[in-house]
Design a protein around this ligand. Sequence first.
Ligand SMILES: [Fe+2]
Ligand SMILES: [Fe+2]
Length: 279
Amino acid sequence: MDRRSFIASVGGAAALASMDANQKADALEFAMCEELEAAQGGGAQSSAEPEVKPNGYVATARVFRTFGIEPNKEGRKKPDQFFHMGHDNRLPRMSNKPSLLEFFDKRIGHSSHLLQSARLAKINGLPEKVVFACLLHDISVSGFISGDHGYYGSQLVAPYVDEEVSWAIKYHQSLRFIPDEEVGYPYPEAYIRYFGEDFKPEPYIFKDAEYARNHKWYMTARQICINDVYSFDPNVKVSMDDYVDIIGRNFKEPEEGLGYDDSPSSHMWRTMIFPNNFL
Ligand SMILES: [Fe+2]
Ligand SMILES: [Fe+2]
């Protein structure tokens, strides 16, 4: 992605200048995902005919902007009008017992980057747990919220995955800024190109990266970074079908469906189902 396209994607140079370092990095990752999707014909792999094709879904306001439709942020304009609650007909309708794959299908665009990361981890001979962590590492960027996406993504999946997987998803966010040449992770060249030489993340990133570096699961999170930065190849097309078994073995689908199972992150999945609810 060239610098001009990136700046345009965040709304111009002034908008970019107002972001902190971490927001810039998140915006870059999102823009690169979008570019990759566009190059590959983009969007989620829905077999149904959605009323609005999902090609990116990030938090409530962002999904509508990405879908090119307006959220009902003004609420009712006349006293006899209702506020919007429930399913939004402009988005693919979700079932009453949605699985992770249904979320990938109807809410999470940008899965090419995740699939490419998982594929690369597999090619590199990493254990299935790491391949699976790579498959989910940016699930929040793609499906929920991009700022602090490692932290949100980790919380989103924590009730359903091995603790090491959610831990690694959380800490890949801070570790991606910290090079570790010994294990094959230089500082990402793209960050210099896009953010300049003096780009410096917030102190909490350094603190969390330092903590992660001394943890027994350090290499799991580091492997996400290693298999992450190279996974924006427009010529590599990976199918979710190849990962259905891995999801089956590593993701504990709740019987009631994601969002309705009363787990610590059910409300986050529900926000994805009903992104336009007034309350
Ligand atoms: Fe990430
Ligand atoms: Fe990523």
